[in-house]
Design a protein around this ligand. Structure first.
Ligand code: XUL
Ligand code: CO
Length: 436
């Protein structure tokens, strides 16, 4: 049984190939800075966008042609597992990510849902053993079910809080069973619609309580190696999401003493929605030693919502990969394509073409970033720019040998202050040479 009869295993054929079902840049075993592309990039496929998304929008129903749809929801769920593993193998991707709700139908109760999940997770486990494909992360969808209308762990309704906690427990059990290395918390509806009726401090403290319970439970069941990842997003679905951006999320993690077990899962489109570049968010996370994993995609900068497009912007991807290299890699995280095909790309084969486009872009970005690193391009620019701290009063400042009084005396005795140009236009022009 095949769900993708028209596609063979995708191979690297080099940049001159005319075959659209081939990699032109992503060559998994090729070494870059002494490490294979595959190990640098740790690509993952997102279950929700690739196997669940129907291609609907607020103005129309789903248009995606999908071979796994059956009458019975459990039948569809089983087909999806088969299709997913066929897809990962043909694409040559080693990891996948999913929400509980992506893989199993809810049915008529929470109890039925967990039963359905057990049955599907059995199948997933079998497929993982058969293929060697691994779970990058799973998560509990605590936003789609109508009970989450007022939030999940931030809900005003304690019964809803309990359901949300039950899903998290189940999710951590599944993670242990499938050998997951990370577990994601994306806020979903954790935020507010209106501050007039919201006790923000109360809601945030309740969210932190849930996270502490998750840490305790993972320890209790012998899954204490699990890295928890919090995924910032500023808005959508709520008007204001509590995990607005990397800096806000770090303040939350520090306030509730969660930094030992939590890192950040950063998403490109969430960064731009927050008015930041992806590189900015990554630099913030790195400054806290909290860069955990990446949701690769891109937004349309002319639109104000989360379009989750496949990443093809080489400029941004190069700077992203530069941050990954500076981080010493992304393991145990990875690069998850939290991206969906446009509604106009509704054929089955588009799922391959879109992932190939994203993987080739990341392969090129990795190579450009490696060249920048080898030439110490940014290091040299920054060393020159901050040279005043290498000697004299600057060195005294960073060696913590000054106080306000000594700086007062120095400033009065120093008669001339001379600044230097940053030549940023020239920097950008030279950067273009590395990227294109
Ligand atoms: C939503 C989003 C999610 C998370 C997982 O914007 O990015 O798919 O990545 O819940
Ligand atoms: Co995401």
């Amino acid at each position: 049984m095949t769900f993708f009869p028209n596609v063979e295993k995708i191979k690297y054929e080099g940049k001159n190939t005319e075959n659209p079902f081939a990699f032109r840049y992503y060559n998994p075993e090729e070494l870059v800075l002494g490490k294979s592309m595959k190990d640098h990039l740790r690509f993952a496929v997102a279950y929700w966008h690739t196997f669940v998304n129907e291609g609907n929008d607020p103005f129309g129903v789903g248009v995606n042609q999908r071979t796994w749809l059956a009458e019975d929801p459990m039948e569809t769920a089983k087909n999806r597992v088969e299709a997913a593993f066929e897809f990962y193998q043909k694409l040559g991707v080693d990891y996948f990510c999913f929400h509980d709700m992506d893989v199993a139908p809810y049915g008529d109760s929470l109890e039925t849902f967990f039963k359905n999940l057990d049955e599907i997770v059995d199948l997933i486990e079998e497929k993982m053993k058969e293929t060697g494909i691994k779970l990058l992360w799973n998560t509990a969808d605590r936003h789609a079910n109508p009970i989450y209308v007022n939030g999940a762990a931030s809900s005003n309704n304690a019964d809803v809080y309990a359901v949300s906690a039950a899903q998290v427990k189940k999710g951590i059990d599944i993670s242990k069973r499938l050998g997951g290395k990370n577990f994601v918390f994306w806020g979903g509806r954790e935020g507010y619609e209106n501050l007039l009726n919201t006790d923000m401090a109360f809601e945030e403290a309740n969210i932190a309580r849930l996270y502490n319970m998750a840490i305790d439970y993972s320890n209790e069941i012998g899954h204490g190696d699990l890295t928890f990842l919090l995924e910032p997003k500023p808005k959508e679905p709520m008007k204001h999401q509590y995990d607005f951006d990397a800096a806000t999320t770090m303040a939350f993690l520090q306030k509730y003493d969660l930094t030992d077990r939590f890192k950040l899962n950063l998403e490109a489109n969430h960064a731009t929605l927050a008015g930041h570049t992806f590189e900015h968010e990554m630099a913030v996370a790195r400054s806290y030693n909290a860069l955990g994993s990446l949701d690769a995609n891109q937004g349309d900068l002319l639109l104000g919502w989360d379009t989750d497009e496949f990443p093809t912007d080489l400029y941004s991807v190069t700077l992203t990969m530069y941050e990954v290299l500076e981080n010493g890699g992304i393991e145990p995280g990875g690069i998850n394509f939290d991206a969906k095909v446009r509604r106009t790309s509704f054929e089955m084969e588009d799922l391959f073409l879109a992932h190939i486009a994203g993987m080739d872009t990341f392969a090129r970005g990795l190579k450009a970033a490696a060249r920048l690193k080898e030439d110490r391009f940014f290091d040299k620019i920054k060393e020159e720019r901050y040279a005043s701290y290498q000697e004299g009063i600057g060195k005294d400042i960073i060696d913590d040998k000054t106080d306000l009084k000594s700086l007062f005396d120095y400033a009065l005795s120093n008669k001339t202050v001379t600044n230097k140009s940053g030549h940023i236009e020239a920097v950008k022009a030279r950067l273009n040479d590395y990227i294109y």
